[in-house]
Every structure is written in structure tokens, then in C-alpha cells.
Design a protein around this ligand. Structure first.
Ligand code: GLA
Length: 391
């Protein structure tokens, strides 16, 4: 079997509780979880007032915690050094770096005037790290959910997601949009999270057909959004909008971009073509889903990938290879559509396919990708799953 099964939530929670006990000698009194996400379509347009259509994965971060009666948080994980965070002063980024997502969220609670009691916590995760599947948003949203429990407050889901996005901006240095945190916070079983990033309104779109499977293929080429490529793309789009003189990308047409092509100059003109095209593709995909026309998603996903590769330049040879393999399997082999997903520069692809062929398609992706690149990929299937919550 090629497909990597999901670890049941109960097992992750038990592992987190065991880690807490082993590291700090405490029994868990609170356990929070939040999922990673995969994006079906709508890439690199959440920070352009666009539409995006991710869903929450059945892979998640789980944090088990207990009050420790002190004024500090001690947070451990098998993946890194334990962080000790003083809670009686405004928190700044520090070492170990992985804990900055946690620090940023604590800071968001402090900034809202909430006093966090000292606690010990242990983090486990089944979200692949650096794979474009929002392991960091999952950690942020799980932390925020834990802190809601510890402070006995309940933030509005939207506020919680925005607090987590802010943590990513100021404590991890990634000027991300709202997609990942919204997907992790608002996700629901059997629902896509269609987000209008201009209004900040999520709409839950049913995705229940058992005949459809979403395959996620992690190329295992590392993805690092802090190295400037992401911020540079975002800056390109801001420059483009300023040159076009429009208040929002939603007010820009393809004719506007073509008319201003030389004035925009390269690469900003190509970035602009991606943004306007991808907004239109995502709207078309949402309409097609609503109409039950799943086949329409194939060409839209293909055009999305090509645009991300050629115009937005956030793909890489390994992502292109994985998408090419899916394309070569084609509709007759059960593939409806495939594209890169997430921030890019490595990471994962998403392949929409017939459920009856999913296992065979995954086996082909695995074998052909390994043969072409020498890298072993990780492939799994996920249905849309529940968002951040206490367990
Ligand atoms: C990263 C960011 C998101 C989004 C995607 C690209 O995942 O965190 O906000 O911009 O890249 O669609």
C-alpha cells in the first residue's frame, strides 16, 4: 500500500499526553488540536483579495497541557528543544525557533489583555513539516485553542485565525495571507473552505462524493517560505496593483493587465496575469462544484499549475515532475486534475481523482517520481476534516 494512513486523533492525543508526562511529570488536563490544510485551487491570491478553496486535512497538530503553577510556559516536542517562555512580560521571538509560532500566539493573547497561567505542554504532529501543508498554521491554531482553554475565553473563529496569521507575520517573518489559518480554524468534515479574501468571509462548500479522492503528494523537496521568495512575490503583486492604480485585484481585468503590460514590466506583468487568471479560475471552480460539474476542475487545476510555474515562478522541477506524472496518467487512468498546492518552492501537489483508482494512481506517482528524481515521495489521501478544537 502506497498511501500513508492518517494517525487517529486518539493516538496522537495519547502520544501528546505521554510526552507531557515523560518530560514534565504531569497528567494532561487540556488537549487541543488543529489540522494542516491542502488547497484545491486559488494559489498565491489570498494576499491579493482573491478567492481560495482549501480544506482542513485529517493530519493535525495535537498539544497536551497542564497548569504548572508558575509564571512560565514550558513547551516540548520530539521535533526540537524544549522552549521556556516567561509569561509575566511581553514576549519576543527567540530560541528554539520552532517555538516562535507558539510565542507569537501567546503574544496575541497578551495583546488582547488576557493573562495566561503558567503551563507545561507537549506537541505532537502528523502534518508533514515544510511540505506546503501548513504545519505552522496548525501549530498556531492548536496553540490558540489551547490558550482559549487555559484562559477560559472563547475567541470568535475569525479573530482566532487573524491572531494566528499575525503570529506568523511578526514571530516567523512570513507575510502570509489568511488561507492557512482560516482553513485550520474553520475547517469542517466534508466541507471545502471557500474564502473570499477581500471580505474575509469563509463559505463551507459540501465535498461529500465518496467517488472522489484528493491525493496529496509531498515531493520531499524542502519548502522554506522565510527565505524571501514568498515575500518577493507578495511585493510584486503590491507593486503591480499600485502601477495599475486600482484599489483591489478584484477590480482588475485581464484587459487592464494587457493594456498595462509594458508599464508593469517584467516580472510584475506576469505576476499580474497569474493573479487575475487565478481569481477567475477559482471562481469558476467554485461554480463548477456547485453545479456538480467535477470534470471542469481538471483544466482549471492544470491552468493554475502552469500559471504558477511560468508566470508566478513558485514551482520547481520536482513539483512539475509530480504534476506531469499525474497528467500522463490522465482522465482514462482516473485523474481529474493535478497541481502544486501551497506556497511552492518545493512542497506538495494535489491530485483530484476517482476513488476506485486512487491507490493505483498513488503507486504510479510514487514509482515514477522516485525513478525520475531519486527522491522518495510521501503520498496520502485526505477527506476534508474538522478544524481547531479542544479534544
Ligand atoms: C502559504 C501562505 C498562504 C498562501 C499560500 C499560497 O501557504 O501561508 O497565505 O499565500 O502560501 O497560496
Amino acid at each position: 500500500m502506497t498511501l500513508i494512513p492518517a494517525i487517529p486523533l486518539a493516538d496522537l492525543a495519547a502520544a501528546a499526553a505521554a510526552g507531557l508526562h515523560a518530560a514534565f511529570g504531569r497528567e494532561a488536563t487540556l488537549t487541543a488540536t488543529a489540522p494542516g490544510r491542502v488547497n484545491l485551487i486559488g494559489e498565491h491570491i489570498d494576499y491579493c483579495d482573491g478567492f481560495v478553496m482549501p480544506f482542513a486535512l485529517d493530519r493535525a497538530v495535537v498539544i497536551a497541557a497542564a497548569a504548572n503553577g508558575s509564571q512560565e510556559a514550558r513547551i516540548g516536542s520530539a521535533a526540537g528543544d524544549t522552549a521556556t517562555i516567561p509569561l509575566d512580560q511581553p514576549i519576543e521571538p527567540g530560541q528554539p525557533k520552532w517555538a516562535n509560532y507558539v510565542r507569537g500566539v501567546i503574544r496575541g493573547f497578551q495583546d488582547r489583555g488576557l493573562t495566561i497561567p503558567g503551563f507545561d505542554a507537549w506537541v505532537v504532529s502528523s502534518v508533514p513539516i515544510g511540505a506546503g501543508l501548513s504545519s505552522s498554521a496548525a501549530l498556531e491554531c492548536a496553540t490558540a485553542t489551547l490558550l482559549e482553554g487555559l484562559t477560559t475565553t472563547s475567541l470568535a473563529t475569525r479573530d482566532k485565525a487573524l491572531l494566528c496569521q499575525q503570529a506568523e507575520h511578526t514571530f516567523a517573518g512570513v507575510p502570509c495571507g489568511i488561507m492557512d489559518q482560516f482553513a485550520s480554524a474553520f475547517g469542517q468534515a466534508d466541507r471545502l473552505v471557500l474564502i473570499d479574501c477581500r471580505t474575509g468571509e469563509p463559505t463551507l462548500v459540501p465535498f461529500t462524493d465518496p467517488g472522489l479522492t484528493v491525493l496529496v503528494a509531498n515531493t520531499n523537496v524542502h519548502h522554506e517560505l522565510t527565505d524571501g521568495g514568498y515575500a518577493a512575490r507578495r511585493k510584486n503583486t503590491e507593486d503591480g496593483l499600485a502601477i495599475l492604480g486600482k484599489p483591489s485585484w478584484r477590480d482588475v481585468t485581464m484587459a487592464d493587465v494587457e493594456a498595462a503590460w509594458d508599464r508593469l514590466g517584467g516580472p510584475v506583468n506576469r505576476r499580474a496575469r497569474h493573479v487575475v487568471g487565478e481569481i477567475a479560475r477559482t471562481v469558476a471552480a467554485a461554480r463548477a462544484l456547485e453545479a456538480g460539474d467535477i470534470e471542469a476542475l481538471g483544466p482549471l487545476m492544470a491552468a493554475s499549475h502552469d500559471s504558477l510555474r511560468a508566470d508566478f515562478e513558485v514551482s520547481c522541477p520536482e513539483l512539475d515532475t509530480m504534476v506531469e506524472i499525474a497528467r500522463s496518467i490522465g482522465r482514462s487512468g482516473g485523474v481529474i486534475g493535478a497541481r502544486m498546492t501551497g506556497g511552492g518552492f518545493g512542497g506538495s501537489t494535489v491530485t483530484l481523482c476517482d476513488s476506485g483508482r486512487a491507490e493505483a494512481i498513488a503507486a504510479r506517482l510514487h514509482a515514477d517520481y522516485l525513478a525520475a528524481t531519486g527522491i522518495t515521495p510521501e503520498i496520502f489521501a485526505s477527506r476534508p476534516s474538522a478544524g481547531a478544537r479542544l479534544v
